[in-house]
Write a protein that binds this ligand. Structure first.
Ligand code: HEC
Ligand code: HEC
Length: 205
């Protein structure tokens, strides 16, 4: 009787967990095919967005869950960037899972010594409040929060400004950046950009 109970518990757990983990995993091979259209921008080192001009974000090393959340944000409009909205508009949930699995599967973040000299110095004290979620050196400790280490400086400045302007409507980040001055944003972006971490995913890798 006890054994039967145990067995049915295990079966119940398996049926509960299996489909969920199956969906979350995504298919990186299908993702690679879908990613063809993304590489014209994200696969070229230092590629610039036309207007306003700033470098297209590095995706390599971002947590899989965060990549999904970002794409869902462009699809549902909580992120306003026109080009990315157009890219994400027709993606299905499955497409998003597969794309995230592909990009996240291109390698772990390449973390290094904390860089605090030069331009990064001014930002170091200002990021103390950000560390809980983005990590003391910009490497995120959680799957649904972005890493910032090694991201392009001008993209970091632009994305923080978007949370301030309301072009991105994430309730967590809006509260975090509301009091930052332009100088704060410059210093913080310089600090994170100086850390080693994120990288450009390209077919040549
Ligand atoms: C025409 C150039 C272009 C193409 C093509 C493109 N992107 Fe983007 N992508 C951008 C730009 C520019 C941004 C920054 C947008 C912003 O400021 O919010 C971005 C942002 C992103 C982000 C958010 C990154 C972060 O750190 O938050 C993800 C994820 C992303 N793109 C994935 C994709 C995927 C997947 C595809 C293909 C289906 C794709 N992009 C196609 C230009 C492009
Ligand atoms: C409570 C957790 C938390 C704290 C604290 C926090 N952030 Fe964030 N941050 C997030 C989340 C969640 C996102 C993704 C939001 C979204 O979906 O657009 C994010 C996104 C970002 C992005 C955009 C990354 C990208 O790739 O587009 C930047 C830049 C950023 N945060 C900077 C900061 C700075 C600077 C601070 C401190 C002043 C800070 N954050 C504090 C949770 C946090």
């Amino acid at each position: 009787m006890v054994q039967l109970f145990r067995l049915s518990m295990i079966c119940a757990l398996v049926t509960l967990v299996w489909p969920l983990s199956g969906m979350a995993a995504g298919d990186p091979e299908r993702g690679e095919i879908l990613a063809d259209t993304c590489m014209g921008c994200h696969g070229i080192k230092g590629y610039r967005n036309a207007y306003p001009s700033y470098r297209v974000p590095k995706l390599g090393g971002q947590p899989q869950e965060y990549l999904k959340l970002a794409l869902i944000g462009y699809r549902n409009g909580s992120r306003a960037h026109e080009t990315m909205r157009a890219q994400a508009a027709t993606l299905s949930n499955q497409d998003i899972d597969d794309l995230a699995a592909y990009f996240a599967g291109q390698g772990e973040i390449r973390s290094g010594e904390l860089v605090t000299g030069g331009r990064a110095a001014a930002g170091k004290d200002k990021v103390a409040v950000c560390s809980a979620c983005h990590g003391p050196n910009g490497v995120s400790p959680a799957p649904n929060w972005p890493s910032l280490a090694g991201q392009h400086r001008d993209y970091l400045e632009e994305s923080i400004a978007q949370y301030q302007r309301g072009d991105r409507t994430d309730p967590v980040m809006a509260g975090q950046v509301i009091n930052l001055t332009e100088q704060d944003i410059k210093d913080i972006a310089a600090f994170y950009a100086a850390q080693s971490g994120l990288f450009t995913v390209s077919y040549a890798n």
